[in-house]
Ligand binder design. Structure first.
Ligand code: FES
Length: 106
């Protein structure tokens, strides 16, 4: 299990043990974490799992794919550290990582 701490825009924290290999959208949705919707089921086709990764963890989450980049361009709250939670797999190196959520998912 990989401990991921989902942080809502209002600061509410939701620590979740996500099984290794599961993506971070699934980890949130399966544990009823508010703020990540995952409408497309994890296919990088909806951007309702938009999140921000703190700088110290960014390199460990891997590169954005072209598809992910194009979806994030549609999110009006996107920032340089934006990611789609469905495109990040839980791995031991991410244990303890905070995932910050935008105020709303579009
Ligand atoms: Fe749709 Fe991540 S769940 S883009």
């Amino acid at each position: 299990m990989v401990k991921i701490i989902y942080v809502e825009h209002n600061g509410a924290r939701h620590p979740v043990d996500v099984p290794e290999g599961e993506n971070l959208m699934e980890g949130a949705v399966q544990n009823n974490v508010p703020g990540i919707d995952g409408d497309c089921g994890g296919n990088a086709a909806c951007a309702t799992c938009h999140c921000y990764i703190p700088e110290q963890w960014e390199a460990l989450t891997g590169e954005r794919s072209e598809l992910e980049e194009s979806m994030l361009e549609l999110a009006d709250t996107a920032k340089p550290n934006s990611r789609l939670a469905c495109q990040i797999k839980a791995a031991p190196a991410l244990d303890g990582m905070e995932v910050l959520m935008p105020a709303t998912q579009h």
